[in-house]
Design a protein around this ligand. Structure first.
Ligand code: FAD
Length: 305
């Protein structure tokens, strides 16, 4: 596939200043899957949908860390699609960070989602030695060592991050992250749009004025959905959980449940002026295709907003 376009230079925030964005998230294949080439057929399919950017996770859910740069580089340099590389700092040393950020820079990648990261298995957050405790410190580290090089972004939590004692405290931390350099935010998954609207409202009141992109996950597999909801602490509204209960043993029916649910969330978010939609693709382009097919005209208007 030679989809190489001219090498675009684009910081995501410049795009967000022009119009809302549609983007996808993928993860590097897990270690035991060996070969990472399987991800390229996923990117082939996703690229046909012309997203504004594709983001690549970093060490999340047991996947490898070393492939993030390689995959993000392919997206940017071979497919001509803007890439956002996730990067986490919780168990990193400054030297490790420099090594990765240098290679992002060398590969022309201009956008980093700067995260604290999930705690590694068995990690003791109180006693384990660490250089960095919060994502805002990673933002500061990158801004200081690579001035004006990257467009940084951060994660935010419509239903409050699990370690935070209150919405208020979580928003204070979010303000620090934005002040430390995060130019836009992407939300954790949510299935009740009211949490997203609350986050935006409360953030704006506290002077957090950067774009807040909504992260949407099509809940097409009942087992992984329940697992992810548990891990991320997000609520499953009654109408969705009732459908899961009813159709959990019928994978095809569950796919329809998840796709239709995500489609309705997206329509409602666009109706209400969302800054961007970020689809957690779970590396399943066929589901993304279906959702976009159902929202073709809506998305065309959205992209012109
Ligand atoms: P932080 O912003 O540091 O917040 C963590 C907690 O600390 C919060 O409770 C916050 O309120 C509190 N806090 C922050 N700053 C302060 C402060 N200065 N003082 C006191 N309290 C503070 N994980 C991965 O490992 N790899 C990935 O690729 C990945 N991608 C993600 C993408 C998105 C869009 C999202 C929403 C999450 C992603 N995660 C990923 C998960 C993320 O790493 C976890 O949710 C992690 O627990 C928190 O990361 P954070 O960057 O939001 O942390």
């Amino acid at each position: 596939h030679n989809l190489f376009k001219e090498n675009i230079h684009m910081k995501i925030i410049d795009l967000l200043h022009q119009r809302p964005t549609l983007s996808f998230e993928i993860f590097p294949p897990k270690k035991h899957d060996g070969d990472i080439s399987s991800i390229y057929s996923t990117i082939d399919e996703l690229s046909k949908l012309k997203p504004d950017f594709i983001s690549v996770t970093y060490g999340a859910g047991g996947s490898t860390t070393e492939n993030t740069v390689e995959i993000a580089s392919k997206i940017k340099n071979e497919y001509g699609i803007e890439a956002v590389a996730h990067l986490s700092c919780i168990d990193a040393t400054p030297e490790q960070l420099i090594r990765i950020i240098d290679s992002l820079k060398a590969n022309n990648i201009e956008n980093i989602l700067a995260l604290r990261g999930d705690y590694p298995k068995g990690y003791d957050p109180i006693n384990a030695p660490h250089y960095y405790k919060y994502a805002s410190e990673l933002n500061e580290f990158i801004s200081k060592n690579y001035p004006d090089t990257f467009c940084l972004s951060g994660a935010c939590y419509p239903e409050v991050h699990q370690d935070a004692v209150s919405l208020e405290k979580d928003l204070q931390a979010l303000k620090k992250k934005v002040d430390a350099g995060a130019k836009y935010l992407i939300t954790q998954i949510f299935f009740d749009n009211n949490y997203y609207y609350r986050l935006v409202r409360e953030a704006r009141i506290r002077g957090i004025n950067v774009p807040i992109i909504a992260g949407i996950m099509p809940a097409t597999n009942s087992k992984s959905l329940l697992n992810i909801a548990k891990l991320s602490g997000c609520n499953i509204p009654y109408n969705l959980s009732a459908s899961i209960e009813r159709f959990k043993n019928n994978p095809q029916a569950m796919k329809e449940v998840g796709m239709n649910y995500a489609t309705n969330q997206i329509i409602d978010l666009i109706t209400n002026g969302v800054d961007g939609i970020h689809l957690y693709t779970m590396n399943k382009p066929e589901i993304v295709h279906e959702i976009l097919k159902r929202t073709n005209n809506i998305l065309a208007e959205f992209k012109n907003d």
